[in-house]
Design a binder for this molecule. Structure first.
Ligand code: ZN
Length: 366
């Protein structure tokens, strides 16, 4: 796939840049005996490793679906992000330990002008490289790339501080090495935490982006015969594969033939435009005359409950004498069942010839 090839290209570029930086910094750090510069190199090394894992993850996740994994391998990218986070975490902890030792047993660094020049050049390389990777990551919708780009930008700030510390040490002979090392370590730990947090969230499943759900809803509503769109859910199988479902409401006299035509067209167009595989369920609607009054009454009752955010799917089955509709509560409501039975009672009192079938829907999307 084009996207995967581009991600891999950016990542390979990242590995090369980082390894060059690691070599220069490690050599300089060892020569001038600067723990800050050495840790900076360690930090860059963990970035290079991250890029290698990004590539492996992208390669594996683009594997074709098979019988055992019919949803494809897209979610492997989440695992590769977790592995990156763990590597960064270990690098951070090791750096922290080394820096604290350096504070307790300080060894003066011995900077030279040439070492400072190399450090400052590395700062700029890292900064512009980070911005490039982040932009590409946003363009390609790759969480790993955005993460490593962001990481590189914050690293360039850290490298800048090693430069500043070196200048201070040369002019005033004050060594900030150990303290700076602690700060660098904390930054490394922070980026590990952030990658982990985001990835774990994706694995648990987060609320769909309201921009996407808004666009989908709007698009589906444009089709003739569609009176409403409800219960839109999106499932991610990796960053590039989304399976979705929605209910659409149509007039109850709409024929199977017409429904077939509408839903086929919608699913086809949604896939073409958004790359989303959509399954559509049908709600029939009849809210004329007396039925409309009942529906109004339901909405009136619902106003008393501040945690009800939507009522939809209203339908009167005259043959079975059953009225059904769905209620969505926001997640704060703890007493859904109690409220449902209260509403049920009020409706029965007012319309004794009907029974009421109230379904609780989950507030999946905006
Ligand atoms: Zn529903």
């Amino acid at each position: 796939m084009e996207r995967d090839k581009k991600i891999i290209k950016v990542s390979v570029f990242g590995i090369i840049v980082n390894i060059i930086l690691v070599i220069f910094k490690a050599v300089i750090g060892l020569i001038v005996n600067s723990i800050a510069i050495i840790l900076d190199a360690v930090n860059n090394l963990s970035d290079a490793l991250s890029s290698i894992i990004t590539i492996i993850g992208t390669k594996l996740s683009s594997k074709r679906p098979d019988k055992k994994h019919p949803y494809g391998y897209g979610r492997i990218e989440y695992f590769s992000s977790v592995i990156i986070a763990v590597i960064v975490l270990v690098a951070g902890l090791t750096s922290l330990k080394e820096s604290i030792e350096k504070i307790i047993h300080p060894e003066p660094a011995d900077y030279s002008v040439i070492s400072l020049v190399i450090v400052i050049v590395a700062v700029f390389v890292k900064f512009f490289f980070g911005r490039y990777v982040k932009k590409q990551g946003e363009k390609l919708n790759s969480g790993s790339l955005v993460a490593s780009g962001t990481d590189a930008i914050s690293d360039s700030v850290l490298s800048l501080s090693t430069f500043v510390a070196a200048v201070i040490s040369m002019i005033w002979h004050i060594s900030l090495e150990g303290y700076l090392g602690v700060i660098i370590s904390l930054f490394i730990l922070k980026s590990a935490y952030e990658i982990l947090k985001e990835t774990v969230n994706d694995m648990i499943g987060v609320r769909a982006d309201s921009e996407i759900t808004g666009d989908l809803r709007e698009k589906i509503l444009t089709y003739e015969g569609v009176l409403g769109v409800y219960d839109l859910t999106l499932h991610n199988y990796g960053p590039n594969k989304i399976i979705a479902s929605a209910h659409i409401q149509v007039k109850d006299e709409t024929t199977a033939k017409e429904i077939h035509r509408i839903t086929r067209k919608i699913t086809y167009d949604i896939y073409a435009e958004f790359g989303i595989i959509l399954t559509i369920g049908i709600y029939a609607s009849n809210d004329k005359g007396e039925f409309g009054e009942i529906q109004k009454y339901i909405n009136l009752i619902a106003k008393d409950y501040k945690n009800i955010i939507q009522i939809h799917g209203f339908y009167v089955d005259e043959d079975e004498k059953q009225i059904s509709f769905d209620i969505i509560f926001n997640f704060d409501e703890k007493q859904q069942d109690k409220i449902i039975s209260e509403i049920n009672q009020k409706l029965k009192d007012k319309y004794p010839k009907y029974s009421f079938n109230i379904i609780i829907d989950t507030d999946f999307s905006d």
